[in-house]
Design a protein around this ligand. Sequence first.
Ligand code: G4P
Length: 284
Amino acid sequence: MSINWFPGHMAKARREVEENLKKVDVVIEILDARIPDSSHNPMMDEITKHKPRVVVLNKVDMADPKATDRWLSKFRSKGKYPVALDGRHNQIIKKIEPLAVKATADDFNRMEEKGIRRRAIRAMIIGIPNVGKSTVINNIAKKKGAKTGNTPGVTKQQQWIKAGQQMELLDTPGILWPKFEDEATGKKLALTGAIKDTVVPLDEVAIFGMQYLLEWDPERFNAFYNISVSQDDDIVTVFDAIGKSRGMKASGNEINYEAVTNRVIHDIRNGKIGRYTFDKVDTQ
Ligand code: G4P
């Protein structure tokens, strides 16, 4: 589901998150491991204030493993508690819970010193749409297929889910808006499916993806489509090569550029060509 993030929606989303934050000890921020910076809500720090934060780099199965290691180090160096995982796999709570325990240790120790009896750690999940919030929540709750929805402001009865041995998780995630900072960020969000297809022109998204692969992994790109192109080729040549190779013709034997566009986006978005991380650590 796509949402147009008008200022009213943003204000509502922010209010909802702030309301729920009062109930929790720790925030579990879900990011897309392929775009850990672009999938981070720009006001996350301001909104969550000083709450301890576990950072989940989700969809790690589609990200470049070396880049993921670099991102994990970077988050650790900033005092966050990061973990990379595939939210569809069982047992993810075993990776998340120990980090939540570490992240909240100081707060709970202080409470104990004041004589407050230890209770379960309360957590909530926050992230922009389509990063895998529902997948992670349903997985922890052992529910199948319940989509938590991407629209802020749809109130429903909230419940606490037992999450591991020492934790309780709010079953409704906080949904924040994606970055609207610059064109490249928009294209990365579209390429990974974090924003759906109407926001950024699809041909531009496909071109961005092709150029990325031609720069970083030309051999695999060529092998995947059974073509022979390079970074120096005109982008139309690349479209033509893929169209010819895949038999994507429109009437009059012309290349069907729309079909090529959709195919390339689909292949990159779903990790068919390879595992890529589009946000580089060093440029942050
Ligand atoms: P959200 O609540 O944050 O909006 O995201 P959601 O859980 O709905 O996940 C979005 C899509 O990402 C889903 O695909 C889901 O299966 C997929 N997904 C979630 N976690 C992972 C992961 O770790 N690895 C991979 N490869 N995929 C993951 P979908 O049902 O096909 O939805 P869509 O493609 O129609 O959005």
